[in-house]
Design a binder for this molecule. Sequence first.
Ligand code: IPM
Ligand code: MG
Length: 382
Amino acid sequence: MQQYIDEAVSHYRDLLTRQLARAEALEQESPAVDFAGVDQVIIGACPGDGIGPIIFREALRVLKKLLADELAAGKVVIREIDGLTLEERLRCGKAIPDPVLEALRACHVILKGPTTTPGAGSGPSLESANVAMRRELDLFANMRPITVPKLGIDWAFFRENTEGEYVLGSQGIEVPGRLTMDFKVTTVAGTRRIAKAAFDYARANGKTRVAIVTKANIMKKTDGMFSAVCHQVARDYPGIQADEWYVDIMSANLINEAVRDQFQVFVLPNLYGDIITDEAAQLQGGVGTAGSANIGSRCAMFEAIHGSAPRMMEEGLGEYANPASILKAGEMLLRHIGRAAAADRLAAAMADLDREGRVVVTGNRDGATCRDYAEGLLAKLG
Ligand code: IPM
Ligand code: MG
């Protein structure tokens, strides 16, 4: 047993040393890219696994139509990046193969289809490509909008995207047959930047409340600090109220019709943000309807909030997957690179198509296909 303890202590020393170095590096804030000054915007395109390539193909057709003039003029380039597939990742034993990472780093923004992560105990262990990409490109703010106008729901979630349980999720400790331990890491600088992103968004969009969602009554160090830092940041935003919530009651309140329409902006640590945003997406029509922006200061990645849906693929339902999620991600990408008019056209076409109710994707054979949906949109975009 002593040997396990000694190994664990040395492992822990190593983790702490590296996390302290990361925390220190975060204290040097870097300014965000100003797209107004970029002559040629490079969009990296990674289709992913499972239903990824199916929904991605359709989203790309729509994006190419929206950007046709700019693509022709060379103001925007869509660079297809191969190799972010499960087969390739397993082959080289890396969450993101080196040439892919290099290609990603050379892009301003990335549109990414869902990638498969083999679960614990199902073959070789591989870190999630998502988690690795968020970390390697330092995409710290995961913004997930959820709107259901008829229920009065207009929410913006700011999920911290590089810390918490995720940062060392593959580096826990195991004493076989006895116990396992994982680690959760929260840094002051990492919390401050996600809090600022949430409050900046609130200010820029005329929102008056930000809900800080943690489990600070139990995770006293990590969530306790997350909450305290968010409240500190809130002081720089007069007129915006910071509300303290625990994640358990918040998950109940999201389905409480009496209060949920009062929520506006949420800021949460990584894991709670992961869980709560799936719940919120379900109110909007399911995870297949929700897009997500992963924003860093040098680069940003846009994706659906769901995974690669291996069950749908096994049942031969891939063609019936909903491309709305990746299209919403595309809309966010367009806004991020300052192409608001194209983003508005896409949003309006999607809203029209949904309102008409002729092309309804259900994820099953009774619904429209992914291609039908894209065709419907392309027809509207003229
Ligand atoms: C998400 C997903 C990812 C996460 C998975 C695929 C690693 O659930 O983007 O919400 O847990 O963050
Ligand atoms: Mg998730």
